[in-house]
Design a protein around this ligand. Sequence first.
Ligand code: PLP
Length: 411
Amino acid sequence: MSGNVTLDVDFARSFFPALNPSWSFLENAGGTLVPTTVVNRVASYMTETQVQPGTNFDASRIAAERMDEGREIMAAIINAKADEIVIGPSTTNNVYVLANALRPWFADGDEVIVTNVDHEANNGAWRRYADAGLAVREWRMDPETGELNIDDLQALLTDRTRLVCFTACSNITGSINDVAAIAKLVHDAGALVCVDGVAFTPHRAVDVKELDVDFYLYSIYKVFGPHAAILYGKPEHLARLENQNHYFVEGNPFLMLSPGGPNHELTAGAAGVGDYFNALYDHQFGDEAADTHTKLSRLFGLFADHEARLSAPLVDFLSARSNLRLFGPVSADMDKRAAVFSFVAEGRDSAEIAERLQQKGAGLRSGDFYAARCIDGLGVRPQNGVIRASLVHYNTPADVDRLIKCLDEEV
Ligand SMILES: Cc1ncc(COP(=O)(O)O)c(C=O)c1O
């Protein structure tokens, strides 16, 4: 809980021009809206400093400074330092680059563990190791609930296990995994962890140091920023990874693991996420002395409380209807789940229902959301996957009421 302070949703929403009461945006897990502060940063970068950054004429120097500001906030969101992150176009791309860079660390016959809950981003690149001499093991979810059980992972760990790749939060079930406990178990077995934080980072304060993760990924376009993504690595790992850029780009993991370099205007634009968080923090708490991590922790505490309040009636509705099957925790407890709700209606096609809901102003969708193995594992492929509604801090009780009313009419 965040003391007596509650989120001023109207103030938050005033930064997002796309939001208005005529519709409800419920597809946040696909990508969040951006505040005007991000738009302004991208616009000023492109109008004033769209030059190669990092040399000594004014526009170039300022361009580099603006990109540095973007890097700082993207690192701070997970309590990392700017030189501990790599910026790429997407998490999918970042995992591919990481998988290539890590391969020389492993010997033939070594084992890598992936899950069948994860989005394909933290799956496919690792599963390709099977063609390159490694053994790939699958940590399987409970097919009824979609939950990963730590005991099942324990049983898969051997003295050949080198890497365990799993998600902090499923983009289908919303279920949160105990990343710190899993990382400890894996480290005790002598292996590394690579954590997909894409579905988790928009909802909770993340501290990669406290979690003690080796690699952590998230996409800033799902955390109110532009379309770019972050790979964090422990500095001692980043320093040892094989260069994936031009042979002469040496000594700088930020460039070595970002072939071609990051998108300039979007890196600079990410600083607008920091502008937004600062404005919201000042409005809610007005304590300018706090350091960035403390500010983000307090702000995300407000987000979690707000999402819990939004989630409670939705969980009640979805679990009370006997013809609906909700995946993940049947709970609005934000320690157990994020506000990502996937469900199917008995004997009904999810795409057909989603279309009806869309026509009534619900901005959501259906499908497998690129977590194809999860959808197959849950046995809902024949229904065209799940219907997914995902909420973030700028959603309102009216959004939830609209969804419940539409569902009540359509299923
Ligand atoms: C949990 C999760 N991981 C990874 C990704 C892939 O992210 P990107 O689009 O940045 O490759 C997504 C995108 O939906 C996701 O939800």
